[in-house]
Ligand binder design. Sequence first.
Ligand SMILES: *[C@@H]1O[C@H](CO)[C@@H](O)[C@H](O)[C@H]1NC(C)=O
Ligand SMILES: *[C@@H]1O[C@H](CO)[C@@H](O)[C@H](O)[C@H]1NC(C)=O
Length: 402
Amino acid sequence: MSLGFRPTLTLISTMTTFSLSYVPCFRTGSSSTDNGDPPSVWSFKIYSAFTSTKITRTTMYAALPLAGVNGTTLVERTMIPTQKQFVDPFRQGLIIMDGVGYRQTVVVRSYEVGTDKTATLISIMNLLQETALNHVWMSGLLGDGFGATRGMTRNNLIWVVTRMQVEVDQYPIWGEILEIDTWVSASGKNGMRRDWEIRSHDTGIVFARATSTWVMMNEKTRRLSKIPDEVREEISPWFIHNQTIKEESPEKINKLDDNAKYINSGLQPKRSDLDMNHHVNNVKYVGWMLEAVPDECLENYQLSNIVLEYRKECGSSDVVQSLCEPEELGIIQDGVQGGTDVNYINGCSIGIGGGGLLNCLMNEGTIRFTHGLQVKEGSKCQEIVRGKTTWKKRNNRYTFCG
Ligand SMILES: *[C@@H]1O[C@H](CO)[C@@H](O)[C@H](O)[C@H]1NC(C)=O
Ligand SMILES: *[C@@H]1O[C@H](CO)[C@@H](O)[C@H](O)[C@H]1NC(C)=O
């Protein structure tokens, strides 16, 4: 079931530029109207060290009651803007890059970090998703659903991700303040590229960069769609050419099969893994992929790069297999097949083979894995995602007690 509401809300916001740091907000004028309707005017008083600005949001509610709780519709409760917002003190967000990019300040929370008190890759990817959605929220284009514009909603279109790459130089620590920038550009004729940069708020040092490619899918037929003109008109004014990860020709990721060195079988989506589009959220796939990586790697190495190629949707009843292959075995096979003479990789002799070679490589600086997720359909396997990860030895590991 969809939470279906159409954004019938008009939200006008008058504001002047002000510093986003330390802005306590007070809601005023929120009394209900006589007939029990929600208030038509919300006022926010925003104070900062430099300026005192009053933001007034005039909100018009739908004439017909829409799905909601306790007499309050979801539209009223979330107040999705239908006009571009330049700053949002509650989301700690603002529009940057001459009006087309989005920046949000976030603090790394306790539940976002792992045993070493640094944000997990999954947390980072969730933050990428969150900031991307908030970017659409601020644009005033958000329709019904998961980042879809109103034009997309009218055409039953949803976004699907086809490729994602995350490069992490340094993992943020619990309590650290981050600044995340995100923006979009065209990708080919019918795709959109979204990039991100995550920096330390205090030093400006870049912790991570990410890029992704998105296409539109018809929600009903599940077929990919061209971008309709009406949608192109909505989104193209937001395009800016600014690639955070320079595009070399993308490396081919090999298909893995049941002969992969590490296999995790029987992974099944839980109800809580489904997102607003009613399919397994793509961040969830990454968790499944990393589950297949051997423990000794996770202990001593830190993921520095991940590339994901999404190939098929995963339904809630599918049973998933996670395949993982250390890179050097692939090279051996290619070497043999291609007749090339490959004897050493990173100074490790291929002759020692399998585990010995993996151990040898793990004593060097970097290791790489190829990944695959597949679902079994009878005797056939359908690929959901292919991936490649690069791991660096943890040398200056952050320890909390010094
Ligand atoms: C909705 O909830 C509020 C707070 O719990 C309560 O005061 C109010 O009476 C409720 N309204 C309705 C229509 O049930
Ligand atoms: C490109 O993105 C980076 C990272 O957010 C930003 O610092 C830079 O100003 C952007 N360049 C342009 C031309 O917007």
